[in-house]
Design a protein around this ligand. Structure first.
Ligand code: ADP
Length: 276
């Protein structure tokens, strides 16, 4: 297993037998049903699964935004259940970064103000070098005084990535980060996220429904009905699409466009659930 000196454990995030049930009694919904998953430090993992399979719930539990009903979530060896709300918030601010599909930038703040916000919230000084290095990495140096509304979708997502990286978090969680972007812009954003792993040594966990995006990861894990039902290492878009088709992932949605679509469409009529 990979180690990176003393300061970062080999496994950045671990879920052990995590269950999450929403509601009680007759109306109870089991979103996660005993999930065991580990994410090595410095790895890039994509999380896929049909709609309702528990991807968002997983992401929120792993990031300490939702407490599991049972089981454990460890971030950098710290059991989140041991933390009260204040310390949990602190851990999220210092060790975790987020990137969302809808960017979630504050429209009244400039690019620069958006990027340094997490540092300010964490009560940390925004060192000029730190900010400039992250701004440089995402190619936004000439946009710092702009408001997000004047930027393209790809540029806004790059601001969001800079904001996620500025605290140098151990783990970055991305929820459909390329969902609103065209293919070329998506590829550029994925390359930036990949760089955070290879250059920054960060751990990246990305929920996506796009096999092409997932193929940028080192590993794809597949969820169905709140359980881990498979994984692929060094995935190709075609292999990911085929696995998703076997999970019946695209019963309600059109098969995503891209190089994978023709092969997945070919086997789509074979019927859902074959891979389970
Ligand atoms: P995915 O992200 O894969 O679509 P989710 O984690 O959003 O899956 O949902 C998993 C299951 O949990 C679904 O059946 C969903 O309806 C249910 N669920 C998610 N969030 C809530 C909630 N806040 N209250 C009740 N049920 C929920």
């Amino acid at each position: 297993m990979r180690t990176r000196g003393n300061e970062r454990p080999a496994v950045a995030v671990r879920l052990e037998a995590v269950e999450k049930t929403y509601g009680r009694g007759d109306g109870a919904v089991a979103a996660l049903r005993g999930l065991d998953l580990g994410f090595d430090t410095g790895s890039f993992t994509a999380v896929m699964g049909p709609s309702g399979s528990g991807k968002s719930t997983f992401l929120h539990c792993a990031a300490g935004l939702v407490r599991p009903t049972s089981g454990r979530v460890l971030v950098g060896g710290t059991d989140l259940a041991d933390l009260d709300e204040r310390r949990l918030t602190e851990l999220r601010r210092n060790r975790i970064g987020f990137v969302f599909q809808a960017y979630n930038l504050l429209s009244s703040l400039t690019v620069h103000q958006n990027i340094v916000l997490p540092l300010q919230l964490a009560g940390r000084r925004a060192s000029r070098e730190r900010v400039l290095s992250v701004v440089d990495r995402v190619g936004l140096a000439d946009r710092l005084d702009h408001l997000p509304g004047g930027l393209s979708g790809g540029q806004q997502q790059r601001v969001a990535i800079a904001r996620a990286l500025v605290t140098r978090p151990a783990v970055v969680f991305a929820d459909e980060p390329t969902g609103a972007l065209d293919t070329r812009t998506a590829a550029a954003v994925l390359a930036l996220l990949r760089e955070a792993v290879t250059v920054g040594g960060q751990t990246l966990v990305m929920v996506t429904h796009d096999p092409v995006a997932a193929a940028h990861a080192d590993r794809v894990v597949f969820l169905a009905d709140g359980r881990l039902v498979g994984e692929l290492h060094r995935p190709t878009a075609d292999a990911v699409a085929a696995r998703m088709t076997r999970l019946g992932a695209w019963e309600d949605d059109p098969v995503p466009a891209g190089p994978a679509s023709s092969s997945s469409a070919a086997s789509f009529d074979a019927g859902p659930g074959g891979g389970r």
